[in-house]
Write a protein that binds this ligand. Structure first.
Ligand code: PGA
Length: 256
């Protein structure tokens, strides 16, 4: 059985002080919700503090990015070894990284390998842009992103995929549950082709893009969607709690 997951991507928000307040505001509430993996991904500089704040709770920690080298003269970068010490998950290939920091499929592939090598669980983000969606190229784009990201990687143990249509991220225009389910079907088909049916069956696939407490139900009601990667709404303690709580309630008995 795949355990549902809600991951909060705080992006470039919160000072260390604000991150501390946010964790304190959600810790007790999150701890009361069972049967969902609850992950928060604060900025790098807050990871160590947040790690201490969630010690002994069921909240799990992730980073938002990494560099693929283990150490050396790479001023300003954060290595997989540094993260493995601090957290369990790492978001890789987010569309904002692809768009603003020129991350190509090849770089995403190197980052995935580096993360898996040290036992970090990557949350691999894929998704088409608006113009690609309008040109009905979603299938082609998603297939290409999967193939390039996963090239030469034998074991996907621990990997999670987040399908995030770029046009839905931070725009308030979420996709529909049905649209997402269709694309997830395609992702699963690709995983089964590249690996096998069992790997596809076990793969957790999240939706991301303008998820809120008002629309989460539509997504997690779909048995193909294992949860969500939440940006803006993960910065509001009560809203994030509501998203996690609804997921726990709805997912109770659904399976793909
Ligand atoms: P959003 O971001 O929920 O603010 O749209 C989602 C994401 O980028 O992961």
């Amino acid at each position: 059985m795949r355990v549902p997951m809600i991951a909060g991507n705080w992006k470039m928000n919160t000072t260390v002080g604000e991150a501390t307040e946010l964790v304190k505001a959600m810790r007790a509430g999150l701890d009361q919700i069972a049967n969902v993996d609850k992950v928060i991904c604060p900025p790098f500089i807050s990871l160590a503090v947040v790690k201490e704040l969630i010690r002994g709770s069921s909240i799990r920690l992730g980073a938002q990015n990494l560099y693929f080298e283990e150490k050396g003269a790479y001023t300003g970068e954060i290595s997989p070894l540094m993260l493995a010490d601090l957290c369990e998950f790492v978001i890789i290939g987010h569309s904002e990284r692809r768009q603003y920091f020129n991350e190509t499929g090849e770089i995403v592939n190197k980052k995935l390998r580096a993360a898996l090598k040290v036992g970090l669980k990557p949350i691999l983000c894929i998704g088409e842009k608006l113009e690609e969606n309008e040109a009905r190229r979603t299938e082609e784009v998603v297939t290409e992103q999967l193939e390039s990201s996963l090239a030469g990687i034998d074991s996907l143990d621990g990997l999670i995929i987040a399908y995030e249509p770029v046009w839905a991220i931070g725009t308030g225009k979420a996709a529909t549950g049905r649209q997402v389910s269709e694309t997830i079907g395609l992702i699963l088909y690709n995983i089964a082709q590249l690996y096998d049916e069992e790997v596809a069956q076990q793969m957790r696939i999240l939706y991301g893009g303008s998820v809120t407490a008002d629309n989460i139900a539509e997504f997690v009601q779909q048995s193909e969607i294992d949860g969500a990667l939440v940006g803006g709404a993960s910065l509001k303690a009560n809203e994030f709690l509501s998203i996690v709580r609804q997921t726990s309630e709805i997912k109770g008995h659904l399976s793909r």
